[in-house]
Design a protein around this ligand. Structure first.
Ligand SMILES: [Zn+2]
Length: 443
């Protein structure tokens, strides 16, 4: 039988349970799946419609970015260094500027950056997620999209908590799509009231969808729940809103008792080292989460929070900061870091049966990087190379679901110039309001 594509001659990091490496190896793709895998010499057994000679390159599973707000690309670089930026700058900015057009154009632009740097799947929380879905379909990217619910009027809803109705409609419309998985995204335990948190939780369970939420993220949140329940994790436990369907982003302000609860409830962690650092917050104890057996993926956070949307940045930062936190050089090795950025993310999002590693039967979400560039060679340890040396410009070809969406560094599914022009127009529309708010809120 002829398959669709064979990529051969490259080093392959499979990230399977035995951490097999084929160097040089091959991967055969048919009907969106990986149908063949092994040493390069065996590839001739796979006749293919197309063959890519990938000698000198590295093939890995696509990056899974477990926490983003892609429509915020329009605001990248705005209101930096303002204390309590979320309530003083971002919420007012969103109120006056966010609409469907901004969400679509910004998402498309942000996804272009993500795809070009090797991300094949992402989990997003924002408003008008149906527009993010539209952009993701255009690019051909896999995603989990959660409509934000928040306890005040928001761009997608005039009523407080109105996002819940929007989310329900969005879920009905998109559930069952091959690439886009809809879900709920209550903003945080302090910005959504108890009754709505409970209602969202039971609705998510009934519909069989995930819940994305910011949790234990800020000192203000920690202080608010410390008095009443001990911590925000304990508060959610007390109202029955913790479980394996929750992907909790940040998870900074926790103690050992919280980690025990999270582990017992099977909560997944979205660890965002770059945006946490930029906010001046403590380092989240990710190595303790892993030691407790929790599923853990890595996230860039939004383009205004971490600023870079490439997963390579956070994949390198993750082990570095955990080494600082633990005081041990051996803490979070390179292999463990790459696993978190790929299979760990897939596990966190409940997609590990489909993606996250290169194994026969899984969907073909793959990244092929140039291993011959100045910043890459020499290579002695492929994991160290992948985690600490690779940069977005090394990414050459990206496949999602067996489809090539980036080829030799160019997007195949999008007119890049048109996409950039769309963002320029949106930025012009935002410029006045951003200047006004920056002036008003700067220290
Ligand atoms: Zn966030």
């Amino acid at each position: 039988m002829t398959c669709d594509l064979v990529i051969e001659g490259c080093a392959i990091l499979t990230l399977d349970s035995g951490y097999r490496i084929f160097d040089p190896g091959f991967v055969a793709v048919g009907s969106g799946r990986i149908v063949g895998l092994g040493l390069a010499g065996e590839s001739l057994a796979y006749p293919a419609a197309r063959r890519i000679d990938a000698r000198g390159r590295l093939l890995m599973p696509g990056f899974v970015n477990v926490h983003t707000h892609v429509p915020m690309a329009a605001f990248r670089g705005a209101g930096e260094d303002i204390d309590d930026r979320l309530s003083r700058f971002i919420f007012p900015l969103e109120k006056s500027l966010v609409d469907r057009q901004l969400v679509f154009e910004s998402s498309r632009y942000c996804l272009a950056e993500m795809a070009r740097s090797g991300t094949t799947c992402f989990a997003d929380m924002y408003y008008f997620e149906d527009e993010v879905a539209r952009a993701a379909k255009q690019l051909g990217m896999r995603c989990l999209l959660g409509e934000t619910v928040v306890g005040f009027p928001a761009p997608d809803a005039v009523e407080a908590h109105g996002g819940q109705d929007y989310a329900r409609r969005f879920i009905e419309e998109w559930q069952g799509d091959a690439l886009v998985q809809p879900c709920f995204a209550p903003h945080a335990p302090y910005s959504v009231d108890e009754a709505h948190l409970k209602a969202i939780w039971s609705e998510a369970e009934r519909l069989g969808v995930k819940v994305l939420m910011h949790l234990a993220e800020t000192e203000k949140e920690a202080a608010a729940f410390r008095a009443s329940h001990g911590s925000s994790v304990r508060y959610l436990e007390s109202i029955g809103c913790l479980g394996s369907g929750l992907v909790a982003a940040h998870m900074i302000y926790v103690d050992d008792q919280d980690i025990e609860i999270l582990s017992r409830r099977g909560v997944a962690i979205a660890h965002c080292p770059a945006s946490n650092a930029k906010s001046g917050r403590p380092i989240a104890p990710a190595y303790k989460y892993r030691a407790a057996g929790l599923r853990l993926g890595l996230g860039t956070d939004g383009p205004i929070s971490g600023n870079g949307m490439d997963m390579m940045g956070v994949t390198g930062l993750y082990p570095k900061l955990q080494k600082v936190l633990s005081g041990r050089r051996g803490e979070v090795g390179a292999r463990e870091a790459l696993r978190a950025a790929t299979l760990g993310g897939a596990e966190a999002l409940g997609l590990a049966d489909k993606i996250g590693s290169i194994e026969i039967g899984k969907r073909a979400d793959l990244v092929l990087a140039d291993a011959g560039d100045f910043n890459v060679q020499p290579v002695y340890d492929w994991y160290a190379t992948a985690v600490y040396a690779l940069r977005p410009h090394n990414v050459r070809t990206v496949l999602v679901d067996g489809r090539i969406i980036v080829e030799e560094g160019r997007l195949t599914t999008l007119d890049e110039d048109e996409c950039k022009a769309g963002m320029r127009a949106i930025a012009e529309r935002c410029r006045g309001e951003i200047a006004r708010l920056s002036k008003e809120q700067s220290p």
